[in-house]
Design a protein. Sequence first.
Lengths: 339, 339
Amino acid sequence: MNKITLKVIAEKLGVSVSTVSRALTGKPGVSKELRNKIIATAKKLGYYPDATATGLRRGKTMTIGVLLPELSGDFFSQIVTGMEKVLFHLGYRLMLCPTDDDPEKEAAQIKMLISQKVEGILSAPADMKANRSLYSQVINDMGIPIVFFDRLVEGVDTDYVLTDNEDGIRQLVDYLMSKGHRRIGMIHPLKGTFTGEARLRAFLEYKDRIEIKEEWVKDGKSSEMGGYEAFKSLIREKDKPTALIVGNNLMTLGVLKAARDLSVKIPDDISLVSFDDAYWNEIFDPPITCVAQDPHQIGLITATILLDKMKNKREKGKRTNVVLKVRFIERSSVKKVKG
Amino acid sequence: MNKITLKVIAEKLGVSVSTVSRALTGKPGVSKELRNKIIATAKKLGYYPDATATGLRRGKTMTIGVLLPELSGDFFSQIVTGMEKVLFHLGYRLMLCPTDDDPEKEAAQIKMLISQKVEGILSAPADMKANRSLYSQVINDMGIPIVFFDRLVEGVDTDYVLTDNEDGIRQLVDYLMSKGHRRIGMIHPLKGTFTGEARLRAFLEYKDRIEIKEEWVKDGKSSEMGGYEAFKSLIREKDKPTALIVGNNLMTLGVLKAARDLSVKIPDDISLVSFDDAYWNEIFDPPITCVAQDPHQIGLITATILLDKMKNKREKGKRTNVVLKVRFIERSSVKKVKG
DNA sequence: CTGAAAGCGCTAACAG
DNA sequence: CTGTTAGCGCTTTCAG
């Protein structure tokens, strides 16, 4: 049960360590027979290359760090699945780092990834500004390529894959208006996050065309629980909006639960539209009208861009910035009202 | 922008590398002042310890491998969140490895984890038997502790945290019987997986007490898509069961979608119960009766057991085997019928 | 085609 | 309290 290293194999075969290394890593410079013999005994002995040694020697580790708010929830896990799909076959592993949308935890994770000598980082940053200098340091001083997805940090010059949040919100509001709604509320994603700010801002731009009371706008904290609470307090107002925009799919879940608990009928008592689709949105009664992103696709694209950056590290100035459109899906969670 | 290593710091301060190492790792044997000075300049210079070097030197890496069928889906991501909760604060990182329930991919991931020198592995194995000898080799030859969760591999002697699948199925069937159902079908999780086999087997034990036609039992492949297809083909039978057990929450989603697409009314046309709860189960119309696991809890327990194994590596014989009970939740997806 | 040698950055005896 | 030394296992010149 002794540890099997190159040296052990080399001694067993009476050759040198470097030859064994070359044979096993598929490098040229070993006769075919010798190579096969080496491969055979490596397998027989149960040799597993030591990634820490390789990593130390080469300064690279074949691992990609992924920073994201949370593992649970449909949206990010779909994204990660997409990333994994493109990266796994190329031999890369993912190191997933949940930040809980806490900039300090995010910073700790970033430092950890630096220590790990990751070859690249994919990040949906916790906060729009908090770790700006750390991110810049990673890119410039450490030379680790970063691609942001879903969210970004202002002032950090790098590639990103975002969704057109403004357009998404506009599609939602315009639709509601077309159905006669003029009094609209919103439960938006966590304040401080890129998506939270962007979606809220886009919504508030309608303040001259529709009625938006301050009490109709709540921070749903991006979570089921937050959406649940926000809806409860919003629906308690005597003067209610006729329609509500919910800023992501987790919060929609919470809102629906709250509506059920309080016997609020959708769309009769209040109309509802959601940013993000989800498998269950179509099954609910009523099915939820929404604008849909394609998280799996986001993952694929983001990973592909990183790969490209890692390959062509020369073209320093090049930036790939993608902004994806959402898809509007009309279902039955909005009723027509008189202006 | 040169790489900052212990050596750089040492030279800058005119001390030796080992002193710097001791100071930075909090080991005794450095005067308080010197230590502070070292810590200060390390920070000023932007020093990040090289995990590959530390890992190589110590043979340990502070990382835990997690093998699981998939990242997406509520169940496993909740489990992982639980694991992360206990492991992160102790300085461990998780390396998540999706297997897609494919034993070959699983084997590749395991070998990768060995190479990575992980300190422990948490696994929901892809197949009940496929990688038995590899798992045993990891435990015995490599000395890497493993804890199985949700599923296990037969014949691999190690700790595990499972759910009482048999009891869960029994509660479901008994409940259906109490509502008068005697013709029951099942859409079970992927054949070959521990949970798939266990839940199916438990169900089939009722074959003398209720009617179970062969066409009423389908493999839903553990996925939404699989559940969707299975339900479609099942409901097409002229002779249908009066009630259906769906073997996990992803498949339930698919079944509900199919029911909607085909205008099959639940519970009027067919009654439904589900293994696993989910946030949305309560919101659906009708809300779904089910037996619930607590995935977050599973994660916490599994991680805790692994931690314990890593600490007390001496007690080789000790095994912690947990079997968790499910919680029955009655909602409205089953109607009473006449026996 | 093959071998010898020099480290990658860090830790852990062992001396002093 | 601090420094010196010897590697961890691997890759990569540089010779032959």
